[in-house]
Design a binder for this molecule. Structure first.
Ligand SMILES: [Zn+2]
Length: 306
C-alpha cells in the first residue's frame, strides 16, 4: 500500500471515531461482552456516564434501571460486589440514594473508587428555611451536569490512565451546554406569570432557579418520596394550587403517583403530567438518554403550562 493511501485510510478511521464521539447516545456502541469500565448508581447518571464511555468506545452501566425510585432503591448482594470491581462508581450523593447510603459507605471502606458528583456541583439548601439540608437533585440543571461530565471524564482518566475519557468528558460537557440552550428555547413559550411548578416532591429546586420557574407546592413534604402528607398540609396545598391558576401539576415516572393524584382530585381543575424527573425513560421512550430526558421534560412542561 502506498503511504498516501495508508494516510487516507488512517484519516478515515479518525473521522469515524470523531463522529462516534459526537453522537453521545446511551446505547452502547462498544464491542459486545466488554466489561463495563464504570458503574453509575442512578439511571440518570448512568445516561451521563454512558455518553462519555460510548464516546470513548467502552461500556458502562447503571445499578438502577428506568422507573426505579432512587430515593428508596436498595442493592442486591450481586450489585454490591460490582461496586469494588468497577474502575469508578459514579454516585449522586447528598443522601439522594437513601436506600444505599450504608452500602456505598461500606464499599468505599472495601476500596471502591466512588465519585459523588452532587457535593461538587455548587449544592444549595433544599429549602431556604432549612439551611443545613442540601438538595441532591442537581441533575435537573443541565449546566451542573455539564460540569459533572467534565468531572466524570477526568475521574475516569485518573482511574484508567487513559486521557480519552477527559476528552470525551469535555465533548459531552459541551453537548450539555447546547442542551441547556435547547431546553430554554423549548420552554420559552411559557410566560413569566405561568412559570409555576407543582410537583410530587421537592425535586425541581435547581431546575426552577436555573430556568426561572417557582415551585409553589409539593404533594409529598420533606425532600424525599416516602413521607405522608397531613390533611392540613393537603388543604393548604389545594388552596395554593387553586389560587395559582395552574392547569397542570407534575408527577415523576419513578415516584408513586398516589400523593400527586390525590392533590389533583382535591383541586378538581388540574391534570397530572408525568415527567422523567429522576429516572431515564425506557429504551424507545425518547427519554432514554440524559438529553432526551431533559428535552422530553421541557416539552411536557411547556405543553402543560403555556
Ligand atoms: Zn427526588
Amino acid at each position: 500500500m502506498k503511504p498516501r493511501a495508508l494516510l487516507a485510510l488512517t484519516l478515515a478511521a479518525v473521522g469515524v471515531f470523531a463522529a462516534g464521539c459526537t453522537s453521545g447516545g446511551a446505547s452502547s456502541a462498544s464491542p459486545s461482552g466488554q466489561a463495563p469500565v464504570a458503574i453509575a448508581t442512578t439511571s440518570v447518571l448512568g445516561g451521563v456516564l454512558s455518553d462519555i464511555t460510548t464516546c470513548a468506545g467502552t461500556t458502562s452501566t447503571s445499578l438502577m434501571k428506568p422507573g426505579d425510585d432512587a430515593h428508596t432503591y436498595a442493592l442486591s448482594s450481586e450489585q454490591v460486589a460490582q461496586l469494588t470491581k468497577a474502575k469508578l462508581v459514579v454516585a449522586n450523593g447528598l443522601g439522594f440514594e437513601e436506600g444505599m447510603t450504608k452500602t456505598l459507605a461500606n464499599a468505599k471502606t472495601d476500596g471502591a473508587n466512588i465519585l459523588e458528583v452532587a457535593p461538587l456541583l455548587d449544592p444549595q439548601p433544599l429549602d431556604a428555611t432549612q439551611a443545613s439540608a442540601l438538595d441532591p437533585h442537581v441533575f435537573l440543571d443541565p449546566s451542573r451536569m455539564a460540569k459533572a461530565a467534565d468531572l466524570i471524564g477526568a475521574a475516569l482518566t485518573k482511574a484508567t490512565g487513559d486521557s480519552k475519557y477527559t476528552d470525551c468528558g469535555t465533548k459531552v460537557s459541551a453537548s450539555y451546554t447546547d442542551l441547556d440552550a435547547k431546553v430554554t428555547e423549548i420552554m420559552a413559550v411559557v410566560p413569566a406569570d405561568k412559570r409555576k411548578l407543582v410537583t410530587d416532591h421537592e425535586s425541581f429546586g435547581y431546575f426552577a432557579s436555573h430556568f426561572h420557574f417557582t415551585v409553589i407546592g409539593v404533594a409529598i413534604p420533606g425532600g424525599s418520596t416516602d413521607a405522608e402528607t397531613s390533611s392540613a398540609q393537603l388543604a393548604t396545598l389545594v388552596a395554593t394550587v387553586k389560587s395559582s391558576g395552574v392547569r397542570t401539576i407534575f408527577a415523576s415516572s419513578s415516584v408513586n403517583p398516589k400523593a400527586i393524584q390525590a392533590l389533583a382530585t382535591e383541586v378538581g381543575t388540574v391534570k397530572v403530567s408525568t415527567l422523567y424527573a429522576e429516572s431515564l425513560g425506557a429504551p424507545g421512550s425518547g427519554a432514554d438518554t440524559y438529553a432526551g430526558m431533559m428535552t422530553t421534560n421541557a416539552t411536557l412542561i411547556a405543553d402543560g403550562l403555556k
